[in-house]
Design a protein around this ligand. Structure first.
Ligand code: ATP
Length: 202
């Protein structure tokens, strides 16, 4: 899957709709301090389902919405859309029919986030799984924040293992295992209840 365009609207300093077209080869983003380079990387993480405000350098998730400036009022929502070239059909099943995937995340004040894939409403989990299975999730080691290399060097072995698992594309399996365990637990509880009922009847 190849990212071909990142579109921001009301996200952090990108108050007006802005397109970052990603061509083949290397794309560099240059600009003076504070012009929004890191905000672009954060937009990429965010649209892939990042749900920790701290990873967005904020206290709450609504901090990603343009907060206003001397000459512009604050916005009511922020939206990021990521276009992906899927002509090689590398997207996980369930998303793999179309040549182009468009993932959209929108956050509205007091109403939280909503996600769409090719105009269809999906859950945050669906988007997170889509990218986790393609080993390019919001926590992907391919996205390197400022200061992250030093953090990695000082990290505990368990944290380092998580990074390797993300790179290997197996982190989605942990979420699925956790969900399967919860279901299994529920089924066991139901069985115990059935045993109780049978005992009472007997
Ligand atoms: P540096 O080179 O110093 O790392 P940078 O180009 O990476 O800078 P960013 O850190 O991406 O810049 O952008 C910071 C800018 O984004 C600041 O000017 C900050 O005021 C602005 N900003 C962040 N969040 C919001 C928001 N919610 N609303 C408006 N502006 C915001």
């Amino acid at each position: 899957m190849r990212f071909t365009r990142l579109r921001l609207n009301g996200f952090k300093s990108f108050v007006d709709p802005t397109d970052l077209v990603i061509h083949d080869g290397l794309t560099g983003v240059v600009g003076p301090n504070g012009c929004g380079k890191s905000n672009l990387l954060e937009a990429l993480r965010w649209v892939m389902g990042e749900n920790r405000p701290s990873a967005m350098r904020g206290a709450g998730m609504e901090d990603v919405i343009f907060a206003g400036a001397a000459t512009r009022g604050a916005r009511h929502f922020a939206e990021v859309s990521l276009q992906i070239d899927n002509t090689e059909r590398l997207a996980p099943s369930g998303f793999n029919e179309a040549d182009t995937l468009e993932i959209v995340r929108r956050i509205t004040r007091d109403a939280g986030s909503a996600y769409k894939v090719n105009t269809k409403d999906v859950r945050a989990r669906d988007v997170q799984m889509l990218f986790a299975d393609a080993s390019t999730g919001a926590h992907s080691p391919a996205l390197v924040r400022q200061g992250q290399i030093a953090e990695l060097i000082n990290a505990k072995p368990k944290a380092r293992r998580r990074i390797l698992e993300e790179a290997a594309g197996i982190s989605g399996l942990y979420q699925r295992r956790h969900e399967a365990e919860l279901k299994l637990n529920g089924a066991e509880q139901n069985l115990l209840r059935v045993d109780d009922v049978i005992e009472q009847l007997g």
